[in-house]
Design a protein around this ligand. Structure first.
Ligand code: ADP
Length: 466
């Protein structure tokens, strides 16, 4: 009871009144006693003296009361002020705990409850901050584009991936209409469909420079009433791979069909009488051999690439003279070049340092490049292999005076199954350069090409010195 504010305020006043009443009682009793003893003159003087005393006591008691009121009010309001300060700090997130006042009155209890509440709140605010930071980081780092749109189609949130995908140029897209921000009608239509049906919607479309996007719209109601989440995935790579696989299947089928059809025709011709004509039969069997060779080349290339890509081809690396690589490769292609009416030559210094190479594998690279050079150079042209030292590598260059490759195709020719002109009746699966690239890179080298349409091409690759 003595810790209650009511008691703390009442106690001094009650005590003051009691003391005053006691003092006045004593004074009046002494006055009454004197009144009966003294004469009239002194009675009047006593009355005047009582009046003065009464006024003095009243003034004195009032002054004491005021002083006490000020002191008590100050002591009561001090913890209230400190509580207010802490509440302000908490409100402005500067979460200092409130120093608990030593007294255990209502304000002390309030401060204690306040501190417990503040600790709880601080914990919850910290948890929320961590959660918010995690979500924010996920949104910032996501490679998928994310947009949130309200019920009127105004953008509420955009992540950096979406900025990049749609090349958003609006400086602050928040609150702007979706169509104004993304400038493509497909996301707008997808959002409209999702809003009217309430069901998730999908759309496939292209933006910018052949960027294939897949968009998914999902309603966020009831968590965020009326809002829709738009998610965009970049499927360019998958689409390209799918297209390449489709091309590959059609290429391989085409490549297989041609020699198989030729073989079928040759066999039928032999069966229908050519066998009786030995010179003709001999010619047909030679043609059959060529077709079988081309079939086995293709099957070998396919197997080779799949083995190289899955890392199942161990390299037998040892110090090797560059000419030991180039000479056998040129010899293998010499006859083919002559038949095609081309000059095939080597330009190479004799004193070249050794390279760290699996000579069979690097020979295969030179053969693939020479094979292409011969294949894509018209009659009368030249094919040259040159070998030079360059810093810590040996640089191999295979140049031709052939049809050349257009600048837009040049970066893609090392991709699997890529052929510049599919309609052109040239044999090949589009795997030769992919195999060459894998083998060169496995040796720690680089491969690239320079070309001019109608003038010719040069393919370069490096192999590190031993
Ligand atoms: P392919 O089996 O079709 O020759 P490659 O991977 O060896 O496959 O070559 C890919 C494509 O690059 C070829 O189809 C051709 O269009 C182009 N190419 C390669 N080498 C040359 C070259 N020397 N001259 C012109 N085009 C070339």
């Amino acid at each position: 009871m003595f810790h209650s504010i009511r008691w703390r305020i009442a106690f001094p006043y009650v005590s003051l009144i009691l003391v005053t009443m006691l003092a006045l009682g004593l004074y009046i009793s002494s006055f009454v006693r004197q009144t009966y003893l003294n004469d009239l003159e002194s009675k009047l003087a006593n009355i005047a003296s009582i009046q003065r005393v009464m006024i003095a006591v009243t003034l004195f008691v009032t002054t004491i009361a005021v002083i006490l009121a000020v002191i008590i009010a100050g002591r009561i309001t001090r913890p209230v002020r400190s509580l207010t300060q802490s509440a302000w700090k908490l409100a402005s997130s500067d979460q200092a705990a409130l120093p608990i006042p030593p007294n255990r009155d209502e304000i002390g209890q309030l401060a204690q409850v306040f501190n417990i509440m503040s600790t709880h709140l601080s914990g919850q605010i910290e948890d929320l901050k961590t959660e918010h930071a995690t979500l924010d980081t996920v949104l910032q780092k996501m490679t998928d584009g994310v947009l949130i749109v309200d019920e009127l189609g105004r953008v509420q949130l955009v992540n950096p991936a979406a900025f990049k995908m749609f090349s958003i140029s609006v400086p602050n897209p928040i609150g702007k209409p979706l169509i104004e921000v993304v400038r493509h009608h497909q996301p707008e239509e997808m959002w409209q469909r999702c809003r009217t049906t309430g069901e998730a919607q999908m759309v496939d479309f292209e933006v910018g420079h052949r960027l294939s996007l897949e968009g998914i719209a999902t309603s966020l109601s009831p968590a965020i009433t009326g809002s829709t989440l738009l998610l965009f995935q970049d499927l360019t790579h998958q689409r390209q791979t799918e297209a390449m696989r489709r091309d590959f299947i059609s290429n391989v089928s085409h490549e297989l069909r041609t020699p198989l059809a030729a073989l079928k025709a040759l066999t039928e011709t032999l069966q229908s009488g050519a066998l009786e004509d030995p010179p003709a039969a001999h010619r047909f069997v030679e043609q059959m051999e060529t077709e079988v060779d081309s079939l086995s080349l293709m099957v070998n290339e396919l197997l080779e690439l799949s083995r190289i890509e899955s890392g199942r081809v161990p390299l037998n690396v040892e110090p090797t003279p560059p000419l030991n690589i180039v000479n056998p490769a040129v010899e293998r292609l010499q006859l083919q070049a002559e038949r095609a009416g081309l000059t095939l030559s080597i330009e190479c210094a004799d004193d070249l340092p050794l390279v760290r190479a699996d000579s069979t594998r690097v020979q295969q690279v030179v053969v693939n490049l020479l094979h292409n050079a011969v294949k894509f150079t018209p009659k009368g042209g030249r094919v040259t292999v040159s070998v030079t030292k360059q810093d810590r590598d040996i640089l191999f260059a295979i140049s031709d005076t052939g049809i050349g490759i257009a600048a837009e195709d040049l970066p893609r020719i090392f991709e699997r199954f890529y052929k510049v002109d599919r309609s052109r009746a040239t044999s090949g699966t589009g795997l030769g350069l992919a195999i060459a690239r894998h083998l060169v890179e496995a040796h720690g080298g680089k491969i690239w090409a320079e070309s001019k349409v109608g003038k010719g091409s040069t393919f370069y690759f490096t192999i590190p010195l031993a």
